[in-house]
Ligand binder design. Structure first.
Ligand code: FAD
Length: 471
């Protein structure tokens, strides 16, 4: 049975774990949060690992839930659209939405994590410990084995429930897998591409060397470079590239000359802003990208996986953190329902949440292809032009797939995926078969007719999908 005198052990004080500790602390539970790394507020440990991230409406909803959005906002740099850079150095700003109030935000992972820890720590019923690595979890007895870094001492932590938010390489998930005590399904799919973080340093007096309020993309079909702004005037740049395929790949970019040759050929305008490229390239690690899906997330009423530990995704929709924050919002809703025992809570949470995290995992893979190459294709651009016009002219009547995922925090990821894909298919079909011939400078009347036709076609596709799903 659940009650507030019980000890809740949360493993991993990253973005999800810190938020969860804060929320459970606010709800009056006794929380112990254990983190493997040193306290990031005292030691700089962020280098080389997605220094900044895109925070959007689902994440902001979670910040509002715990009442800290006013403290998060000053850490954010709005990004209104994608700044597309072609090989000649020409740029085009492609807005994320036709509605001006819809944008995403670049935020420092370290600053956001630190804020969440500060806020969690304000609660007397929340204790946070660093340098304690979970080695394994005994999910039948609800205990976890830790090693303390500085002393190498091992100890067992007892709890009434354990929630693991220890990221993509979760120790508790590993214990589920190795335990062979129940049927545990697990898949980990790596992309052929990995990533490396680079940087554009600030200009004079902290000025920005390129346009500040956009997510910059140099999409080159087989690989791409992106850049997100930081508050100090710098940009964190990420190269996504195959490990071993193609003329240029991580395995063969091994000399200064070859790295410069690659950037001169494909990212000339970026290279001009990055005199520090070679140092960054050889100093920073190259990391893999993968999708983790597993089930069940919980073992009876004892243990639960959350955040990346339950559903790590590739970063191309900018939703991994947002989804992990939304986990806490959804978990909180289930707590509000007032069930008496943790097993019901965990099971209801997983039942309602899993289809959404599976959906965003699949959408993130789709967006990998969209960002690398589709954004440069004529039919994709025509579709986006039309969608922007729909959103601008009829703001209450249309949301693109991107908007549904990113700005409609009350539409589930699963519904956003289903409707968004049907809309994409409808517009692309209509462009291909000549049902739509123009996309620019349309009168409102003409645009309205096209929107009505797109909506009818979307409904027909959704109906076909529903029938196919019933078969
Ligand atoms: P993590 O942030 O990984 O935190 C896990 C914590 O657990 C860490 O502090 C870790 O030290 C600790 N830990 C791990 N193992 C143990 C252990 N055994 N014992 C104790 N502690 C442990 N998401 C977005 O929403 N927008 C973006 O723009 C975005 N960009 C990204 C770019 C890249 C290159 C990558 C790789 C990811 C990106 N993400 C983005 C995804 C986002 O980083 C993750 O989804 C998010 O960090 C998940 O939070 P988490 O708390 O579940 O896991």
């Amino acid at each position: 049975m659940k009650n507030k005198q019980q000890n809740i052990l949360i493993i991993g004080a990253g973005l999800c774990g810190s938020l969860l500790a804060l929320r459970m602390g606010q709800r009056g539970y006794k929380v112990t949060l254990m983190e493997m790394r040193p306290d990031l507020r005292k030691v700089d440990i962020s280098a080389g690992r997605s220094i900044n991230l895109a925070l959007s409406d689902r994440g902001i909803k979670a910040m509002n839930l715990v009442g800290i959005q006013d403290k998060v906002e000053p850490l954010c740099i709005p990004m209104n659209g994608r700044m597309l850079h072609d090989t000649e150095g020409n740029t085009t700003l492609a807005p994320y939405s036709g509605r001006d109030h819809e944008y995403i935000n670049s935020i420092s992972r370290g600053q956001l994590n630190a804020l969440l820890l500060d806020e969690a720590e304000k609660h007397d019923n929340v204790d946070i410990y660093f340098n304690r690595k979970c080695e394994s979890v005994d999910f039948e007895n609800t205990t976890a084995r830790f090693t303390e870094f500085n002393t190498e001492k091992e100890f067992i932590e007892d709890a009434d429930i354990i929630i693991a938010t220890d990221g993509a390489g979760s120790a508790m998930r590993q214990s589920y897998y190795l335990g062979h005590k129940f049927l545990f399904s697990f898949s980990q799919d790596y992309l052929t591409h990995g990533y490396k973080e680079l940087s554009i340093l600030p200009g004079e007096n902290g000025s920005y060397k390129t346009y500040k309020n956009a997510l910059h993309i140099w999409g080159r079909e087989a690989f791409m470079l992106i850049a997100l702004p930081n508050l100090d005037g710098s940009f964190t740049v990420t190269l996504f590239l195959s490990f071993d395929e193609g003329e240029y790949n991580f395995n063969n970019l091994i000399t200064k000359e070859r790295v410069l040759e690659f950037f001169t050929k494909y990212f000339k305008d970026a290279l001009e802003l990055m005199p520090n490229l070679v140092e960054d390239f050889f100093e920073n690690p190259t990391a893999p990208l993968g999708t983790v899906k597993c089930s069940p997330w919980h073992y009876k009423g004892n243990t639960l996986l959350m955040g990346d530990a339950a559903h790590a995704i590739v970063p191309f929709y900018g939703q991994g953190m947002n989804a992990s924050f939304e986990d806490v919002v959804e978990f909180d809703k289930i707590l509000d329902a007032g069930h008496a025992d943790w097993e019901t809570i965990f099971s209801q949470y997983e039942t309602s949440r899993k289809k959404d995290t599976d959906a965003i995992a699949d959408l993130a893979i789709d967006n990998f292809h969209e960002m690398k190459g589709h954004v440069n294709h004529a039919n994709f651009r025509e579709k986006r032009t039309l969608e922007m016009a729909f959103e601008k002219t009829f703001p209450d009547h249309y949301s693109s797939k991107y908007s549904l995922v990113t700005f409609n925090e009350n539409v589930s990821y699963h519904d956003a995926m289903t409707r968004g894909r049907a809309q994409d298919k409808a517009i692309l079909n209509m462009l291909a078969d000549g049902a739509i011939t123009e996309v620019e400078n349309l009168s409102n009347e003409k645009l309205k007719t096209i929107l009505e036709n797109v909506k009818a076609e979307t409904e027909a596709i959704l109906e076909d999908d529903r029938i196919a799903g019933l078969k």
